[in-house]
Design a binder for this molecule. Sequence first.
Ligand SMILES: C[S@@+](CC[C@H](N)C(=O)[O-])C[C@H]1O[C@@H](n2cnc3c(N)ncnc32)[C@H](O)[C@@H]1O
Length: 393
Amino acid sequence: MISEAFLRENVIFKRGIEDIEQIGFGSWGEDGLGLDPSDGPAPHYRFKDQGRDASLAELEEFLADYTPERVSEISGVPVGQIRALAQMYGDQSRGTVSTWCMGVNQHVRGTWMNNLITDLHLITGKISRPGANPFSLTGQPSACGTVREVGTLAHRLPADMVVANPEHRAIAEGIWGIPETDVSLLPADLSGQRCIELGCGTAYVSAWLARRGGEAFGLDPTPNQLATARAMQQRHELAFPLVEGFGERLPFPDDSFDFAISEYGAALWSDPYLWIPEAARVLRPGAALVFLTNSPFAILCSPDHEADGPTTDQLQRPYFGMHRITWPDSVGETEFHLPHGKLIEVLRSNGFAIERLVELGAPAGATTRYLWADADWAQSWPTEEVWCVRLET
Ligand SMILES: C[S@@+](CC[C@H](N)C(=O)[O-])C[C@H]1O[C@@H](n2cnc3c(N)ncnc32)[C@H](O)[C@@H]1O
């Protein structure tokens, strides 16, 4: 497995500090200061693990009792995988590249982890050859990790978008980043119309309504969400009423609004047998209701646990009878999803005519930050859906 010819030509063996306590973080204060925490910080730190001359025989002796079984016990990596990796690195007929990122480079013992990976390539001679090399994908701790840890990128969203821009946030929040301009779910002009968002959260959708000229109201039962919404209003100098309340019992008189919307608010978290009649009550005849939630396909095909992977092509639960859904990973949360037939029944019996059902899958090349969603799956089935309905006159 090892390449003795390569070792003879190219490698000098050194033996560094092996006691993990002694290694510490690898840098010690000059004159021993800083080694003992009670010393307080030392004025200067130096990297101390210089190593002394050693040999291949010493290394073999040192590693003798690190059998795959023992390493598996220490690391939790199955023995079979350790053997498969050893075969891969040891097989001189094939190239092997190791890649790693900040998990190694910014680890408190990152220097030793880098040493270890590079040593693996040195001992097998798989270094500085086409298709065979250790290859760090991020080299400079300050380029990535530090910048993130101190919050320098906290205002950023993907694709050069920024958190402070409500429209950017809305795009980034959708499962597949499909912009509103592609689906046109909102009236372009809401001038003079009273609009309500049911379960507004941070109220960026309500802000859209206000920007389109609507007299917007945001409703949400969660005081913290409303506090964030207030902070965002101040930041963007956009004021509209934020009301604490549940979709199931709206604190407004009958016929109060011309437009209602819910983006994963009441549409997901309220019982449709309660919130849809309430929406019908507070809307005026002829008013539109638009709501976005997960598609039944996504609910039926999601494994119980997120760790079991994203949506599958196997039905995981019955369609008939679907109503309250709880996920074992989200204790205390209840979502509501109805089969399409039942939802149409509720909408129709509350006087809504159905104008559009927009089923959203993943556009080609789309990615998502939602672990349960899968871009390949969503080329064949919708992950979310938007209902556009209107109260009959
Ligand atoms: C995922 S957020 C979506 C809201 C908004 N689109 C956003 O992204 O900020 C879900 C919101 O629904 C609210 N919610 C939970 N239960 C509700 C209920 N019964 N009626 C109305 N809203 C509810 C939550 O407080 C939360 O702010």
